[in-house]
Design a protein around this ligand. Sequence first.
Ligand code: SER
Length: 874
Amino acid sequence: MRSTELREAFTGFFAARDHLVVPSASLIPHDASVMFTIAGMVPFKPYFLDAERPPAPRVTTVQRCFRTLDIEVVGTTERHCTFFEMLGNFSFGDYFKQEAISLAWELVTEVLGVDGDRLWVTVHHSDAEAEEIWRDSVNVPPHRLQRLGEENYWRMGDVGPCGPCSELYFDRGPEHGAGGGPEHGGPERFVEIWNLVFMEMDALPDGSLVELPRKSIDTGAGLERMLPIVEGVSSMFDTDVLAPVIAAAEDAAGQRYGADHGTDVALRILADHSRAIAFLVSDGVLPSNEGRGYVLRRVLRRMARRASQLGVRKPVAARLIAAVVEAMGSTYPQLVRDEDFIVGVATREEERFLRTLDIGAAMLSEVLGSGEAELSGDVAFRLHDTYGFPVELTTEIAAEHGVSVDLEGFRKSMEVQRSLSRSAVGAGASSRTEQYREVLEQFGATVFAGYSEDVLEARVVAVLDNGQAGERVAEIFLDVTPFYAESGGQVGDTGRISTSTGAATVLDTTSPIAGLVCHRAVLDGEISPGQIATASVDASRRAAIRRSHSATHLLHWALRKVLGDHVRQQGSLVAPDRLRFDFSHSEALDHDQLVEVERLVNMEVLSGAEVETTTMSREEAESAGALAFFGDRYGAVVRVVRAGSESVELCGGTHVASLGLIGSFIVVSETSIGSNVRRIEAVTGLGSLAMAREALDDLDEVAGALKSPVDDVLKALERLAERHRRLERELRSLQQARIADEASQLAATVSQPYGSELGALAGIVIARRDRLDTDALREIAVAVRGTAGCRGAVIGGTPDGGRVALVAALAPGEGLDASKVISVAARVVGGGGGGTADLAVAGGKDPGRIDEALEVARQEIMKISGESGGDRPS
Ligand code: SER
């Protein structure tokens, strides 16, 4: 049996037992409490919590998952991986322990043909019921049934659904370690292949557990664990999902798998990580310095580092990813579609990292050269984290230099980093969340009627005060509302809610938990639960938001048309005054591309086509070609928005009825907001009119200032620039003439002893010149130095009456040092400067002492050259 048959056998078995087969959701979960889809149940969390109604009471999936919990172990064993597929069957308040256990046994032993005598079962120590079912109805012999502690209690995370679990282990045989079952035996020998979670509890943010409204089943069987057994091979790296990737890694590294433990570890890491990278990028994760992007970046770096340890000096991602696509593309066609994009993203990141590795090596040798006896834990961590140096490597290289590494400090920095990545996103709900849940439980989901209505009558179901004195801000909940709650980039509505006893100005609308719409408002008078209210959104603001939102869809479509299908929405802001659209693309758009995108959008606008919104099943939406890239949940009915001839997207937002209502669309800016992500900001409706008006007014003003007709502005500007250049040239040549003149005057004084203002000695002119800047003085001094019979010049003066400029240009040799001369002189005028022995400049603050400074310079020269200058004339 190969992987395709295994997937089909699994879902087919459950489909035949009334389970709805649901496609895999994205690796980017909808749920904010986890960063990635870490288990098959993640997309179903709202169903376990009873916050949403499931598409069917029983479902089955093959879910792509990604976990980094064991990433340090990956490669060192034959059973750990970051990316994996989880085969699962789920019951939402339908069947429970008895049926789940029998189904598991039947499928594993009868359909998949696993020898029951090699299976061991564990249950949670408190779960006598499960133990009894295994023993009495399945007939698992008691000596192969073990009770375990916390490892048989499954939690999705710190918060969320959880419960005791029961696991099936396959005994790989004595050659893989000690006997004694999962409890006592070797972990490589007893491999967990199936986990049955009896979802009973919900872990709350305060750490307490409350019972779930319905007992449910979450079963997870790791495909990578089951596949070696049904394929009859020794590990997942020998199965059809990974063996071709291992082969590609062997090829890239020029090494054989199975010959040496260290090499095997590296090859397994290459295979596992490249698979994870392919799926993460395909699901819309791009390398960055935070959140998911950071995790992807780390995975990519681990892969590149391993390759370089194997002696590979060039990027390997392209080759490995091609093997991943080959092995898994038929099950996941998105990989085939996105291959070029994935390879581009991964290779660019890998190339950048290989450069970083070189920088890290240089940094390490610099630190080691500094003479410290110990390398700090912080530096070791930075080398590990930023430059991809494993601490073992740092320790090894340090030891070669007789330097030790503060490993304790390193571990501390690692710990901080780990807890940062564990806390992920969105954790830390407050007790307010429980209040929201209560409102939702008591009154049900808020009905959103704002697609068609701006004003309506509604019943107030709850009012939550913020408990602050003074201005009364409250959160108001209605049974039905025209207010759109911020979501999918579209900002929340504002407006007014009024009853017979009070009115509230709604500042923002959000959905704090799925299904509930919260109107945050400033209260005037009283609004109480039970009252009938008139709820009206700020209609003109909403109309502007609609324009922005529909324009965003057209922009997305136009970008894909002009740049290619790799363009994907990475985020957006749909506001009344502007729209912002972030998308994956690796380079700046040139002017022609931007103009073309703008033109395509405006052509669609001008078509005046109606915007159609329909609801349909996800499958129907997919076959209609709807774009949906992240946060998509499956099984449910989806809303599809068709805007113009080709744009079809899944979207819950509000849109114009006809594209003509957008007005006109103007791109304001196109910038980079990270590697591989670009951002376009644009305006529509009156916003574009205002923008165009402003630009035209500015142009008028410019034309006025240039005294030129508007049509001729550019030519007038060019003429002006040309004139400017000419004047600059003239000015420069006048300056040169003055400099030459000054220089020859000064050089002429050199032959007369004490003939200049301050005296000359042995071919050196010391003089004062005001109203010339440092550059001019320097040129004069250099020119004097170059005149026959001169050895140099020291010139001081004030360019503007406030500051001091001092320069010295001295012929090299004879122990004369211009920088020394200038620094003693500069001290006199309260300044400093420097340069070389030939040429030095300085500034100062005390123009009253310039002559004194020049005298000091003279003395210094005399001292250095050992000549006697005699007395100065008085
Ligand atoms: N949620 C459980 C797990 O991930 C079973 O699916 O192991």
